[in-house]
Design a protein around this ligand. Structure first.
Ligand SMILES: [Zn+2]
Length: 217
């Protein structure tokens, strides 16, 4: 997975010291961790392309992400998939729903669980069957639209609410015409959203070295 430039680069690096030996001044925080759980039975290529599309949107907002591709029901290849989720992580679950085709127009591509008392969210869902349907209507790759839907739900989780913006990726309604047209400004966070989401993503980072507590939970 391509790693985005941004937060990690701004906070990490190597600095020269008097001896001339480089010293690691890594950030005390991990990169933002996002797990993707596939309950829809997608191919690894499909997930990979969707994650790449979502990553490019987060990258445009200068948010560096480490993705974990966790296939539901399978022995996890990624060790991160085997430990409990902690409050610093975000989780996207991909689900396929068998429903009448003519009802899909009115149904959301995804949703997010938000705790309104704390204004936080950890779990977002993207319905792959609805994404496939809209992508087919618009004539674009389903994995591209899925990546955009993933980034939209991640926006809700980071904002900690379900509000929508008038423009950009966080707008409430995506039409087939907009999807087909593919204007860049429709598929990135708006400038205002980017500024806020970057700060909120930083607050979500987990301190390094806290893994032991997680695996014992
Ligand atoms: Zn939304």
């Amino acid at each position: 997975m391509r790693r985005a430039a941004g937060i990690a680069i701004a906070m990490c690096g190597l600095a020269g010291v008097a001896s001339g030996e480089p010293v690691d001044i890594s950030s005390p925080f991990e990169t933002l961790q996002i797990r993707v759980y596939d309950n829809a039975g997608l191919t690894a290529d499909h997930r990979s392309q969707a994650i790449a599309a979502a990553n490019s949107i987060l990258s445009a907002a200068s948010i560096d992400v480490e993705w974990h591709d966790c296939v539901a029901g399978a022995e996890p290849e990624d060790s991160r998939c085997a430990v409990p989720v902690d409050p610093h992580e975000l989780v996207i679950r991909l689900v396929s729903i068998d429903e009448p085709e003519d009802t899909r127009l009115k149904r959301p591509l995804g949703n997010s669980l938000i705790d309104k008392r704390t204004n936080t969210g950890t779990l977002g869902t993207v319905f792959s069957s609805r994404v496939d349907w809209l992508a087919m209507k618009a004539g674009i790759a389903p994995s591209l639209l899925m990546g955009r839907a993933i980034a939209h739900e991640l926006g809700h989780l980071l904002f900690g609410d379900l509000r929508h913006s008038r423009e950009g990726l966080m707008r409430a309604v995506w039409t087939a015409t907009e999807v087909r047209r593919g204007r860049r400004r429709d598929w990135v966070y708006s400038a205002s959203d980017q500024r806020q989401i970057r700060v909120l993503a930083l607050k979500r980072l987990r301190p390094r070295g806290s893994e032991a507590l997680i695996s014992m939970a």
